[in-house]
Design a protein around this ligand. Structure first.
Ligand code: ADP
Ligand code: ZN
Length: 301
């Protein structure tokens, strides 16, 4: 019964690839394309052409959602709205990525970070339905988090930067200085995929389950999650990103979070139901595109 639902355009803008799709939600993705992220002008014109073709095929879209790599400015009233803020990605700093879409389509467009899109989609359709607040964290090339509070994404100044918090770093045990160009050994600097690669001299994909990397990684992730639990009191935490594809990591993180909290947070979720509290994403490979659809849908809420 999807034919009466508004048709959305969704853009998942990643640092290495863009995915564009047309549909209404899970189970109804009518067309999809993906291409590498090259220079902004070329990349955005491919996006425009894709949606122009889809509108010919499926009729007018109701709204677009653009879940993009950051940092970015998500505030519609800001002069920088729709821009990528200074980023290490060559060619993309201060680029107005919404401009070409606005010029080509007379549509409401909701622009936000990829992690905010994922948080919204996991709350709407995925592993965090019915939970409030929802916290979504990705551990991949970088570390980023989004919070869904009363059905709305938490923004504020710009958007949360949950990867850049400080966590305890015992230099005697782990002399690695961290990879963050801004902070060195912030959480992202210590625990993102490239930090694992640099510290241990090989990509994390190649580590066996007994590699000492995982104990340390779980300790850092647990430290960060405990801080988020104390500050935001999320009812569920969804952990995504490439590094979490190691199946043994999630149980280790749960155990260390419980140790870290040490019984202080007296909520049943963290005392007896940790397996249902810190969970893998429910939307799998579709999370990015569904995040973009969920952003588009927000236009009507
Ligand atoms: P991105 O963050 O760029 O969107 P990913 O979430 O896939 O992409 O994260 C990429 C990072 O995750 C890389 O540093 C990579 O080494 C790491 N990674 C990818 N797959 C695995 C895996 N199976 N086990 C451990 N680390 C992984
Ligand atoms: Zn940092």
């Amino acid at each position: 019964m999807t034919k009466n639902l508004p048709l959305f355009g969704g853009i998942e803008g990643g640092g290495t690839k863009f995915v564009c799709a047309v549909g209404t939600g899970p189970g109804d993705i009518r067309a999809e394309t993906r291409f590498p992220t090259t220079m902004p002008e070329e990349t955005m014109s491919r996006v425009v052409v894709f949606f122009q073709e889809q509108e010919k095929e499926f009729g007018p879209l109701a709204a677009m959602g653009f879940a993009c790599f950051g940092p970015l400015d998500p505030h519609p009233a800001s002069p920088n709205y729709g821009h990528i803020l200074p980023t290490p990605k060559p060619g993309w700093t201060n680029v107005d990525v919404i401009g070409p879409l606005k010029a080509a389509f007379d549509l409401p467009i909701n622009f936000d970070t990829d992690v905010n899109g994922a948080a919204l989609a996991e709350g709407r359709w995925g592993a965090a339905q019915g939970c409030n607040p929802v916290l979504y964290l990705t551990i991949g090339t970088g570390i980023g988090g989004g919070a869904l509070v009363n059905g709305k994404l938490l923004h504020g100044l710009l958007h949360p930067e949950m990867g850049h918090i400080s966590i305890a770093h015992d230099m005697a045990k782990d002399p690695f200085p961290g990879t963050c160009p801004f902070h060195g050994d912030c959480f992202e600097g210590l625990a993102c995929g490239p930090a694992l690669e640099k510290r241990w001299g090989a990509r994390a994909e190649s580590f066996g389950p007994d590699h000492p990397a995982w104990e340390l990684e779980a300790q850092y992730v647990a430290a960060a999650l405990a801080n988020y639990i104390y500050t935001c009191s999320p009812q569920r935490i969804v952990l995504g990103g490439g590094v979490l594809q190691q199946p043994h990591l999630l149980p280790l993180i749960r155990q260390k979070v419980q140790e870290k909290l040490n019984g202080y947070v007296q909520a049943p979720q963290v005392i007896t139901a940790m397996d249902e509290y810190i969970v893998a994403p429910g939307l799998g490979g579709q999370a990015g595109v569904l995040g973009a659809f969920a952003l588009a849908e927000q236009v009507f809420s």
